[in-house]
Structures are given as C-alpha cells and as structure tokens.
Design a protein around this ligand. Structure first.
Ligand code: NOJ
Length: 744
C-alpha cells in the first residue's frame, strides 16, 4: 500500500527536470556554500566543474557538521533550489564526533557488543544534534593484511563472524527504530566489496578472488548489515575480479539488488566513478557516467562525472532515464524517512549541542568503554599492575602527547584530551613521576615524507625537535633514577588510515634504539603501544616485561590507560587480528586452510619459512588479564548430531587469582573433511564473562547445523555429513577440543 507521503514523493519526482534529478545524485563538500561570494573558478567548484546552477541542485553534502554551519548551508541552498528539496548531510563519524572513541579495530577487541552499541549511540546523538543525517560507518571490510593502513577502521578485523555481529550491532545502534528521531542517523556500510583484500596491502590496489572465497569470508558482514536495515552502502575503490566495484554490475545489480534485495541508496566512494577511467575500464568521462548508472550507483561522491556527463545518456536512452528515476526516488525516500521534508534542519540544534556534546556522563562512559578495548599482550612475573609507591619513569613520545585519537578524528574536540604524564602525576604525585621524551615518534625525514605528500609544511632538519642520541642519553639518565620504566611508544597517527599502507610494520627505528638503550639499565620495562595496525614486535618483545596494546584510544585514553596500568581496572580485550612475526608473513590469519604439508615437525619439506616461525607472533583472539584463567573439562552433550538437533559443549573456567575481571571465552569449529577444504578453525561463538576472585564457572555453547554450513563449489550454502572438531579456549591457539559427527 502506498501511503500519502510516498505518493507525494512520486509527484515531486514527476515535477523535477532532468537537471534537478541528476543534481540529487551528486555529492559535494559543503564548504563551497559557505563562501559568501561564490566564485565558480576556485577550489572544489573548479575541480568538479560545477556551474552555480548545478551547485544549487546537488543532493548531498560531505563532511560538514555543526548545527550552525549545517543550518546556514541548508538555508542558503533552499533559498535558491526551485523545488525546495533539502540537502542531505553525510559525515565520517568513524570513531566518534566530538568525543573521540577508540579506533574501530580497538572497539572490536572488546569482544563486547555493548561497547560497540554504546559508542555508536553516543556518536549518533552527538553528530545528529550537530546536523548529521548519514554516517559513513561501520566499515566491515575483512582485514587480513597488516600492511593495509585501513585495518584500523575494520571492526571485525580478520574474522567474518565478528564482522557480522559487529555490523549488526552498530547499524542498529546508529539507526534505532526510526532514523528521523533525535539521536538516530542512517548508517552507510562500507566498502562494497572486499576492499580489505587489496593485493600486497597497498591501498586502492587490485582484488581478485574466487566467488566462493568472497561469499564465504568477505560478504557475510555486508550481508548482515543489509539484513539488519542499513539504509546505505558505499562502493569500494578496488576492482573486484576485473571490474571496478563502482561499475560492477554483477556486484550491484545481481548480488546487492536482486539476491540480497537491498533497497537503499548506493553511493560511490570519493571520486571512484571518475577513477574507473584510470582503472582502464571506462574510456572517458561520458562512459564512466554510463557505466556507473548502468551498474546502479545512485550518488556520485566528489567527482564531476554525474553532474556533467549523465544528462546526455538520459536524453539518448529511455532505459538510462528510468535508472536515474529509480536512483532519485531512492534518494528522495531516504530524505523523507529522515524527516527532512518536514524539517530540513533535521535534529540540528545549537542549544542541544551546548548541553549534550562532550558532557561529563558520556566522557565517564567513554573512559569505561575505552578500557575494554585494551589488550594485554605480555605481563612477565605480573609486573603489572603497577604499585602506587614505586618511582615511575614515563619515557617516550606518547607520554606527553594528546595526539592519541587516530587519523579519522578530524571533528573531535582535542581540548579535553589529557596527557598520560599529567594523569599519572595526578594519581601518584609529582614526586613519584619522572619524565623524558627519549625520542620523537618518527625521525624528521620520515615524518617529512608523510607531510610532503599531504601538502603540509615539513620540518627543517636543522630544527629537528630532538637530537636522537642526546635525547636517548637524557632518557637513560632519568630512567636510571626510577624503579620501573613505562615506555609510551608506537606509530604516528598519520601512519594508519586511508592511503597509509606500509611495507615495514615495525616500531620506528629510533624508538627501537631507545628500547635497546634503556634495556641496558636492567630495569623492569613496560611498553604501552599506540598504533592502528598489528605491529611487528619480534625485535623488541624480549626486552620488555609487559606490553599493553592501547591502539589509538581517543579522548579519554590517558585516564583509561592510567587506571589499567595501576590495576583500578583489569584489561580484558583480545586481538581481532593476528600479529605477524614479521611483515614477510602478511597476510596472516588464524582461519587459514591447511596445506598438504602442514608445519608440525622439523622435517625440511614442509610449508614453512626458513628464517621465522610459521605461526603468528600473537594469535587472533589472544589477550591476557591480571586474572589467571584455567580451562578444563571440555564436555560435549552428544557425539552425533542431526539437522534439527543441537549439541551443547561446556567447559570449566576458573579464575585462579585474587583479581576480579572479565574473560572472553571463544568457541571454534573445524570441518575435518569436506567437498571443498575448510579452515583449520573458525570462530562460531564467544562469551565475555565476569569472574570474582577464585571463581569457577561452567560455560556452555550450543552448536547447531547452521554453524556448520559453507559455500561449496557449486556456490550452494550447504552442510555436509561428516566429522567436526569443536574447540573452546582463551585464544585461537590455546584451546581444548572434542570431536563430533554431523549426520544429514
Ligand atoms: C574515502 C574513504 O574511502 C571513505 O571511507 C570515506 O567515507 C569517504 N572518503 C568520505 O570521506
């Protein structure tokens, strides 16, 4: 049944000229509207070759936020737009708006859906009252290669199951029951498809994989997001099996629209329609427009293609005109669902911004959520938690640094970020804290390389802030006077994120030198690690007593870290990406296939490296706690299972320590023999459970036949009779196991 509103939208569509329709399919950066005197020959306008008339027909705006700015742009636009169709405001609220939360990969390490939901809810509310209608989040690209800078944005890391459950939780939290209501925003899931599989981890590179592999591992998270009502999807920059995703008819028409029945809006990534020319697919701008509309892209983000080259095809071909009508209808429907026709400002509200944004309750909440994302990677002789009475040396470029919010936190309010130095001093008193920077994050020439391609001012070598050797010597002098050294080290925030692929994923050499020199002092050393990707640690790990992985923790990072270091809070996160021994292992992931020559002995002709271990350095699902958890007594309710039956597997988990804390208990399954080989292990469930000191609990999981399904060679999703293994444990490596049989 068509309701009145739908009818009105259709009438509106009928009233629109072809130029007005195409305008709806164009997205531009909104700053253009803020220039008082619009000069069509400068800035983005020039790049996009948009006339003023075209500008006042565009349908949406990229990355403008703030109630006042949004209202100003909307007013200016509506004053010149003939049919008064409001603009849509879409933003990258990747890890929060004004409050920066931990980067997405860190959020995933909480293995707690409530953490992701709460972060999404607060981010949605803060950005919605600041005028955002759509958020370009979550990013659910399966990420197996630590060289790829965008692994920092992937909530599920290398695991399809985590990707799925996180996709659902986040989309639902952003959108709520009704996207027009205060505090809800439409979710744009990205990047469709398989962007995480770019060859050699180089951003924007090629993706080529079998359809079976794609359906099995890469598609599930996107599919889950669609099935849970995501309003929008974004195509990816990469080609997928020979055809750029943005013009890939199989992907958009056959899979997304027909098979998965996606009814919402599909937007290209930034400039991606135009890039199909550079890909060698579209022969010129006109054909780029034709290819994208034929494939079914509704909105062209930041390229001049639809605005300037789509009309010609509409006039020539009725079928293309129909496609344009379908796209525009989808866009108008989204605007309608968001309530923009009744109120073009949506929920943008300057007063609410003042009251709600960065409020105390949310900052306190943020700290707690942040603490769940930290992963304790090493804790030799229980050197952590720290003792309040020891003299602590804080050494390293992240000790007195507020740049801990990650590369996507461009909107965040940094005035509330504290430094770890200040927070620790506050906690244990100035007299107990020593400090020396020790080194910069990166050497001058390294940071300059990055700044140069960003067109930013570089640092002159003569003005290099710290002379490396002198700084290390000074740090040694300071550290000498302490009982314990806390190193605050890691990647520069500009080293992960979009266009931040690296072929060396170790700590910067100057920081390694600092560790080596301090090691000579023969003191206990703890490293707090800031980073956006798995880091190669094999050259420093043996010099450190403890390692606390904190990623880029966001606004409340300094407070959250301090409380964990001193044991007010027990760390409970676990890795969602394997840490490689070294970069030569990339891509490395726990759910790999077995070779015909698995590496399980010292025989030469096995699938191995000569120079390093075959296994990861830290496996998927790994993370320590101040508690000591012991797993025992794996039990299975029956050894045979039929289609409509289920099996219960239980395990005893005991906290053998005086600390209370959370443990993430992981359940994996392996299909031992199948018509296509199956991975050595696949995560199928997890529970995050609280334990009191010395508490023992029986933890149970249910296994059903749905969990045993896979894509076979005929591209059917099936379960086959045969033997399976179930594993329960504290990581993908440390598990107890049992066998069972499935009988069809
Ligand atoms: C490019 C990025 O790939 C995408 O993730 C982002 O949402 C858009 N730019 C918009 O900024």
């Amino acid at each position: 049944m068509i309701n009145i509103k739908d009818k009105e939208i259709k009438e509106l569509l009928n009233e629109m000229t072809i130029d007005e329709k195409i305008g709806q399919m164009v997205q531009v950066a909104g700053d253009i509207f803020l220039e008082d005197d619009i000069n069509v020959s400068t800035g983005p306008l020039k790049n996009l070759e948009l006339s003023e008339e075209k500008l006042y027909n565009v349908g949406s705006i990229l990355n403008v936020i703030g109630a006042e700015r949004v209202k100003k742009i909307q007013d200016k636009y509506l004053s010149k737009n003939r049919l008064k169709i409001p603009l849509l405001f879409m933003d990258d609220i990747i890890n929060g708006y004004k409050i920066a939360f931990p980067i997405p990969i860190a959020q995933g390490c909480s293995w707690n859906l409530e953490v992701l939901r709460n972060i999404a809810k607060i981010s949605a509310m803060e950005s919605n009252i600041a005028g955002a209608n759509v958020n370009f989040s979550p990013m659910v690209d399966l990420s197996r290669d630590a060289r790829w800078g965008r692994v920092m944005e992937s909530v599920g890391g290398e695991d399809p199951y985590l990707g799925k459950v996180y996709a659902k939780a986040t989309v639902k939290a952003y959108q709520g029951e009704d996207i027009s209501r205060l505090g809800n925003i439409a979710s744009c899931v990205k990047h469709i498809a398989a962007y995480g599989a770019v060859e050699a981890g180089r951003d924007y590179n090629t993706v080529d994989m079998s359809e079976r592999e794609f359906r099995q591992y890469y598609l599930p998270a996107y599919k889950e997001a669609i099935e849970n009502g995501a309003e929008m999807l974004m195509t990816s920059f990469n080609i997928l099996n020979g055809v750029p995703a943005t013009v890939n008819k199989w992907l958009i028409q056959d899979l997304l629209r027909k098979e998965l029945k996606f009814k919402g809006v599909i937007i290209s990534d930034y400039g991606a329609i135009e890039e199909t020319i550079a890909h060698g697919f579209s022969k010129n701008e006109e054909y780029a427009a034709l290819n994208a509309i034929k494939a079914g892209v509704d909105i062209d983000m930041m390229s001049k293609i639809y605005a300037n080259y789509l009309k010609k095809w509409c006039l020539e071909d009725k079928e293309i005109e129909n496609k344009v009508n379908e796209s525009v209808l989808r866009i108008l429907n989204l605007k309608n669902k968001l309530g923009l026709f009744e109120n073009p400002y949506s929920n943008a509200d300057v007063e609410k911004e003042k009251r709600y944004i960065m409020n105390k309750t949310n900052l306190e909440k943020a700290k707690k959520l942040t603490q769940e994302t930290f992963v304790l990677l090493k804790n030799k002789d229980n050197v952590l938690p720290l003792n309040n009475n020891s003299k602590i040396a804080l050494i390293g470029p992240y000790a007195d640094n507020i740049a801990i919010t990650g590369s996507w936190s461009m909107f965040s309010d940094k005035t509330k970020n504290s430094t770890i130095l200040d927070v620790v001093k506050n906690k244990v008193g100035n007299e107990n804290v020593l400090y020396s920077k020790g080194t910069e994050i990166l050497r001058c020439e390294e940071i300059n390389k990055i700044l140069k391609v960003e067109n930013m001012q570089t640092i002159s070598i003569d003005n290099e802030p710290l002379k490396e050797k002198e700084a290390i010597e000074k740090a040694k002098e300071v550290a000498e006077k302490s009982d314990i050294i806390i190193l605050l080290l890691g990647e520069h925030y500009k080293q992960s994120g979009e266009a931040c692929s690296r072929s060396n994923i170790g700590l910067p050499e100057n920081q390694v030198n600092l560790i080596n020199e301090l090691y000579k002092l023969n003191k206990k050393m703890v490293m707090v690690l800031f980073n956006g990707r798995p880091i190669q640690l094999n050259n420093v790990e043996n010099k450190l007593d403890a390692i606390l992985e904190v990623w880029f923790p966001g606004t409340t990072g300094a407070e959250a870290i301090t409380e964990v270091l001193f044991g007010d809070v027990n760390p409970s996160g676990k890795l969602t990406m394997s840490f490689p021994q070294n970069v030569g292992q990339c891509p490395i992931y726990y759910n790999h296939y077995s070779t015909g020559r698995p590496h399980n002995s010292d025989f030469k002709y096995l699938s191995r490296y000569q120079d390093i271990e075959t296994e990861s350095f830290y496996p998927f699902g790994y993370g320590l706690s101040y508690c000591k958890f012991i797993y025992s007594n794996l039990q299975i309710s029956k050894s045979k299972m039929r289609k409509d039956e289920s099996i219960l597997v239980g395990v005893d988990v005991e906290n053998k320590s005086q600390y209370e804390g959370y443990e993430i208990i992981e359940m994996y399954i392996q299909d031992l023999y199948a018509s296509v080989v199956r991975p050595v292990k696949e995560l199928k469930g997890f529970q995050k459970v609280f334990f009191k000191p010395f508490e023992k609990k029986k933890i149970e999981f249910e296994i059903n036949s749905e969990m045993l399904k896979f894509w076979n060679n005929d591209l059917k999703y099936v379960v086959e009779s045969g033997e399976f293994k179930v594993f329960i444990g504290s990581s993908s490596k440390d598990t107890l196991e049992e066998k069972f049989e499935f009988i069809d």
